[in-house]
Design a protein around this ligand. Structure first.
Ligand code: FMN
Length: 169
């Protein structure tokens, strides 16, 4: 016996946003130096996640409308700085539209020639392995060339607001 046909009702973007607001995420800065003119490009993602240990892979997704991502991908190598509690200003600066977003931020160049944001929790130097379209986003899979830990508590984004981690008994 075949399963009854149930017409899937499309989920509206409003419903999607309203329900997904309940999911807390970390905040990661994706930054690269343009090999052409030496300027920095950056953006923020809440979709950064671990993917594979062997080989070391990470993933995040990028809106098709992002103007920074094509420039970061073009650079070949990029760095992910996992933001710490108190780095809300870094998030605001990099999630804004515009050029030269790292201008007012504290950062330094890694051995891979990628920008690392000072005061972050962790840094990943990466290379794009794969990217494919999934709906209105690109799913990026990146291999990790080097990863380093800093210290502190994470910056967490939840329900449109910033917070941090609090241990409960
Ligand atoms: C907390 C937070 C999480 C975000 N997560 C994503 C994400 O996962 N993917 C994405 O494409 N944009 C995300 N954005 C938006 C981009 O950081 C940013 O607004 C956009 O890329 C800037 O535009 P540009 O790429 O044209 O420079 C997020 C923004 C914030 C504040």
């Amino acid at each position: 016996m075949s399963a009854p046909a149930i017409a899937a009702r499309p989920i509206s973007p409003d419903t999607y946003r309203t329900v997904m607001r309940h999911l807390p995420t970390g905040v990661a800065a994706i930054c690269a130096t343009d090999p052409g003119n030496g300027t920095q490009h950056g953006m923020i993602v809440g979709t950064f996640a671990s993917l594979s240990m062997e080989p070391a892979l990470v993933t995040f997704s990028v809106m098709h409308s992002s103007t920074s991502w094509p420039k970061i991908a073009q650079a070949g190598r990029f760095a992910i700085s996992l933001l710490a509690e108190g780095q809300q200003q870094v998030c605001r600066a990099l999630s804004a539209k515009g050029e030269d977003k790292l201008r007012a931020l504290d950062w330094s160049e890694s051995g891979w020639g990628t920008p690392h944001i000072h005061g972050s929790l962790a840094w990943f130097d990466c290379r794009v392995e794969q990217q494919f379209t999934a709906g209105d986003h690109l799913v990026v899979i990146a291999s990790v060339l080097e990863m380093t830990s800093g210290e502190g508590a994470p910056l967490i984004f939840h329900g449109g607001r910033f917070g941090s981690f609090r241990e409960i008994a």
